[in-house]
Design a binder for this molecule. Sequence first.
Ligand code: ATP
Ligand code: MG
Ligand code: MG
Ligand code: MG
Length: 350
Amino acid sequence: MKTKLHILYGGKSAEHQVSLQTALAVTKALDMDKYEVYPLYITDTGEWRRGGLLNGPAESVHQLKLEDGGETIAPLALSSGEDVAEASPVIFPLLHGPNGEDGTVQGMLELLNLPYVGNGVLASSAGMDKVIMKNLFAQAGLPQVGYVHFLRSEWEKAAEATYVKVEEDLGYPCFVKPANLGSSVGISKAKNREELANSFREAFEYDRKIIVEQGLDGAREIEIGVLGNDEPECSVVGEIAPKTEFYDYKAKYEDGDTAMIIPAEIDGETYAKVKEMAITAFKSIDGAGLVRADFFLTKEGELYINEVNTMPGFTPYSMFPLLWQHTDVSYPELIEKLVGYAKERHEEKQ
Ligand code: ATP
Ligand code: MG
Ligand code: MG
Ligand code: MG
């Protein structure tokens, strides 16, 4: 019997377009002899639209917007309707950022008792909040740079005190980030008090909570893919070499001249350490399905974990699928594995 798969994409986030491109690539990679694929689109205003069975790969992003033929549904009605009654579909969220990658959609799918690809509620929300994530990493004994965090209300009451704390605890340069975001949105590097104040203002535009981290100068950026449930596996290790001062939004989505080096040219000992730390990080947030773990490797050879991303970029040209391709797991195989892990996790819960 074919597996029913609802691909869930779009969303009310800055990464709407990226998500559409991902959905297009996923429909192209899916073997329609194995899957019955239904599109499920969240518009940029947050409306949910369900389309009919796809007979073949989607031809265009336009088609995926379901402007003709799709029906508007209430998200909680997802598990109603005859097609769902016979065999429950697997939901494949291809969403990034708040309301997609942060546990909210996952929580709704839990309530509906539907199997879904990727991380559960806890891992998604812990992975989205950089402060909580780093606290969990610290508890798991993972080496990371120093960090402090502030709430907007604290800063509004006593800005000077927040800056002094950063200077005393971390010094310059430091990185200021909204606690709950991705794609480098709202992140800046500060080298002095004036830049620090500007960075705070910028980051607080996006979140009520920010994290400030000790900045590493000239560190290499190492990334690895993790795949699985209770016994996760690692991909080969890759390196990102941005041409800019750091890997900012523009370098990620606009310039396109950031080098991806797979496999990374690092020594065997470091290579093994990256894998071990990635697995520890995955387990520390109670991960499921997949994560991409990001590291810094300093000139002195010290390895620090930066973060995990619970729904990493997933176009065929994104780092996570490329890392797996170099590990002999093709894009279609990767999708198949993820659907398998989703079913496995769902069965465990029944
Ligand atoms: P994404 O989810 O797209 O990977 P993000 O928004 O979660 O990104 P980070 O990965 O934390 O953000 O940071 C973005 C980039 O900023 C890093 O890839 C790196 O280039 C730079 N950076 C972040 N923190 C530090 C740090 N402490 N020291 C040096 N560089 C940093
Ligand atoms: Mg991230
Ligand atoms: Mg992200
Ligand atoms: Mg990152």
